[in-house]
Write a protein that binds this ligand. Structure first.
Ligand code: GLN
Length: 249
């Protein structure tokens, strides 16, 4: 399928302030998987004092408590309203860990500071004395219809996130802690917002999810019925299997 008439704008939010855990690899994955298909892609960057470029996909990574406090204390009303409108306009968002927490109502950090979130996701986060670190296996929520059930990742957080009524889980924990190490949920879904604790980075090892995000963004922009050609994902599947084998042995 000739995709060269398609163009996607992707914005990397807070790339200098909140990208502590290698999550920028998700931007690379989206960019290359578009380019390999001849889909045009523009990457934009928006940190604390920058405006946000109207985009088709927004990505925001993880960060330490201090970084989250800095970002939160510099949220402008304009930025909060803009991101809220984009979520309601069904734009694609991929949020990892610290950004997931900040898209919720609040995050009570390891010093018991209540860091206000954007209040866009119906979740709240409470720090815990025990950091939740390690490889993870997540069974994806069938609602995502990404064609695979198993998502692998790596988590590193002290925050325990609890889902309230307007969100669904991104998936269910088969190995690891997930949202809080208690209710076996992992991440959150709301409209086209995909939020989770999965570093790694997430998309290079879970190519079906990367393609889901790309296709959804294309459908949003150009209408339903778009087909994107499959890529040779043997390396990606090998990486995914390597983690599964490591965990199962
Ligand atoms: N600082 C937050 C926590 O510890 C988020 C960490 C992260 O983004 N990996 O829970």
């Amino acid at each position: 399928m000739n995709n060269d008439k398609f163009l996607l704008d992707i914005t990397f939010l807070f790339p200098n302030t909140m990208s502590t855990y290698g999550d920028s690899g998700n931007i690379l994955s989206l960019e290359k998987r578009c380019q390999w298909r001849g889909i045009g892609v523009n990457i934009h960057f928006s940190d604390i004092y920058d405006s946000i470029y109207l985009s088709d996909i927004y990505f925001w990574g993880g960060g330490q408590d201090r970084a989250q406090e800095i970002v939160s204390s510099n949220f402008s009303r304009q930025k909060i309203d803009f991101l809220g409108r984009e979520v309601e306009n069904n734009k694609l968002f991929l949020l990892i860990c610290g950004s997931y927490q900040l898209m919720g109502k609040y995050y009570i950090d390891s010093n018991n500071n209540k860091i206000p979130g954007l209040g866009i996701l119906d979740v709240y986060t409470q720090s815990s004395s025990k950091r939740m670190i390690g490889n993870t296996i997540i069974e994806s929520n069938k609602k995502l219809s990404i064609g695979v059930n198993t998502i692998v990742g790596f988590e590193n957080h002290s925050g325990k996130t609890f889902l309230e009524k307007n969100v669904e889980p991104f998936g269910y924990v088969k190995y690891g802690f997930g949202n809080n190490g208690l209710d076996k949920t992992e991440g959150a879904l709301y409209k086209n917002v995909i939020a989770c604790y999965q570093h790694g980075p997430l998309l290079p090892k879970n190519s079906a999810l990367a393609d889901y995000i790309i296709l959804k963004a294309l459908e949003n922009k150009y209408g339903k019925g778009i087909k994107i050609n499959s890529l040779d994902d043997s390396l990606e599947y090998e990486a995914c299997d390597a983690i599964l084998k490591k965990i199962k042995n």
